[in-house]
Ligand binder design. Structure first.
Ligand SMILES: [Zn+2]
Ligand SMILES: [Zn+2]
Length: 157
């Protein structure tokens, strides 16, 4: 089930493209449909693979050209975990205040939200005379599976 927020986010993105006079080609449509129907954080290569399941003709170049538009629109956020590639998060339209904890080895990403964090940010920024525009909290660690088994599914090397 695709949430109403995701459907609204997709509409917003289509308007964003229209505002830039960009054509919505069938390739681009497949990419957009993919992004706004998943809850999972993805890499460019994953997006390419998923989009190709909808439309075989989707090219890597189109994916790489569409990603900056997605982040520029503010509907998808780029996430840097210090790897050679970035992750993209499609969930900000629904959960603008969520944070992440990431396994450094298997790249498992878990989202969490906490009123306490929001409160703390408000307190700190008020004290310093700022108002919060955006926040980004990222915790890296090793997941339970790794701790228990000494390895986890995607552990590199
Ligand atoms: Zn997220
Ligand atoms: Zn792990």
């Amino acid at each position: 089930m695709v949430s109403p927020e995701k459907i609204a986010a997709k509409e917003k993105f289509l308007l964003f493209l229209e505002g830039k006079n960009l054509r919505i080609t069938s390739q681009r449509q497949a990419i957009i449909d993919t992004v706004f129907t998943t809850e999972e954080h993805f890499t460019a290569e994953q997006l390419l693979e998923w989009s190709r399941q909808k439309d075989q003709s989707v090219s890597r170049a189109t994916v790489y050209r569409t990603l900056p538009l997605l982040t520029e629109s503010g509907l998808v956020r780029e996430m840097d975990f210090g790897k050679d590639y970035k992750f993209y998060d499609p969930n900000y339209a629904e959960h603008p205040n969520h944070s992440h904890i990431v396994c450094q080895d298997c790249e498992k990403i878990v989202e969490f939200e906490s009123d306490k964090i929001v409160k703390l940010e408000d307190e700190i920024s008020a004290k310093l005379g700022f108002s919060v525009k955006s926040q980004r909290l990222q915790i890296t660690g090793t997941c339970d599976k790794l701790k228990k088994a000494g390895t986890c599914q995607n552990k590199c090397s």
